[in-house]
Design a protein around this ligand. Structure first.
Ligand code: AMP
Ligand code: MG
Length: 334
């Protein structure tokens, strides 16, 4: 009996030593930086070369120079401000420019998802979105005339891509493009591809509410928490266990101001020009393509519970965690 007891202790000590040394040789490596107005963090749980992680941040800087709506040096800014030096149109009412592969691909995807979601996701909302200033401390609700005027220049059909000439044409002189609801997803997908090409097998990419989980975490699925809306960051309502997939959350609590007990948040219903009034306050989409998860999380939040559940159910390989206005959690498609 005594020998068996000592053997058990020896086995226990041996196992603990092996576990500790295993975690010791795979210390996570993290890099982070501020891009797209958000903190971007990439953590590798395998022995990915830190230089590869650093090059992810360089990629973020490059993508910011394409997709940013506010940086005057970005490709999108030059398009939205109808920069003459890139306009090749002979018609003064129409703007046409040859655009980069990344912008072309993201616009193409945005327009497709706009159609599929009955314009709930709408990349042409730039003018309306500009009216809602969540950064200002003055909390100004724009007047309805300005909202209606801006909404009149938010038709995604005015954005036309020509694959033969690789050009973008905008037929409405006042329309501006906003990719804030999808660009982080696109970037997450590109970062994931780059890391996998460089041999990464276990890592997490975080761009605010956009998460891409590569492989597992030390051989176990990742547990991703669903943030409790309007509570301290990190306080969760639920969680999902995932491997090798993207998890993207859109929530009205992310950016908002409050006037007379009404919350004015940053997710705009493109049928009204006002913040979505649906019965959902947070939507998390889980699917392989982060770009799709990003656009759908925004779109389903606007669709609301009933339409959103039907829509998710109609898609293959997409699941979702919805949080309604009473903070009930609804799992769809698991
Ligand atoms: P997300 O956090 O992914 O839901 O994205 C929110 C951001 O997407 C906003 O800050 C706007 O830049 C943009 N946005 C707001 N409403 C829409 C909409 N209906 N369709 C597409 N983009 C939107
Ligand atoms: Mg989104």
């Amino acid at each position: 009996m005594k020998t068996t007891g000592m053997l058990k202790i020896a086995i226990l000590i041996f196992s603990m030593t092996v576990l500790l040394s295993m975690s010791g040789c795979n210390e996570p490596t993290t890099v982070s930086g501020l891009y797209f107005d958000t903190l971007i963090t990439i953590t590798a749980y395998d022995n990915t070369n830190p230089q590869v992680l650093e090059s992810c941040l360089n990629m973020c800087a490059e993508y910011e120079l394409i997709f940013s709506k506010t940086n005057p040096a970005s490709e999108l800014y030059r398009i939205n401000s109808r920069d003459d030096s890139i306009n090749i149109s002979k018609d003064s009412t129409v703007f046409t420019a040859v655009i980069s592969n990344d912008l072309y691909e993201l616009l193409d995807c945005s327009l497709q998802l706009s159609q599929e979601t009955d314009n709930a996701f709408n990349p042409a909302l730039g003018q309306v979105i500009d009216l809602w200033d969540y950064k200002s401390t003055s909390c100004i609700v724009p007047d309805s005339t300005s909202v209606m005027k801006a909404l009149a220049h938010s038709n995604p059909d005015s954005i036309i891509l020509n694959p033969d000439t690789h050009t973008l044409t905008i037929t409405d002189p006042l329309l501006t493009i906003d990719l804030g609801g999808i660009a982080k997803g696109y970037v997450a997908d590109r970062l994931k591809e780059m890391l996998i090409q460089n041999g990464t097998i276990e890592a997490v990419i975080r761009l605010a509410g956009n998460i891409y989980c590569i492989g597992d975490k030390y051989g176990q699925s990742y547990k991703v928490g669903i943030q409790k809306p309007f509570s301290t960051r990190g306080e969760t309502l639920s969680s999902v266990n995932v491997s090798d997939t993207s998890v993207v959350t859109s929530g009205i609590y992310e950016r908002y101001f409050e006037v007379n007990n009404t919350i004015y948040h940053h997710i705009i219903d493109s049928h009204t020009g006002y913040p979505s009034q649906s019965d959902l306050i947070s939507v998390t989409i889980i699917c392989d393509e982060s770009v799709v998860a990003d656009a759908l999380s925004t779109a389903v939040l606007i669709m609301g519970k009933e339409k959103g559940i039907d829509y998710i159910d109609s898609l293959d390989n997409v699941s979702a965690v919805l949080v309604d206005s009473s903070q009930n959690v609804i799992n769809v498609g698991f």
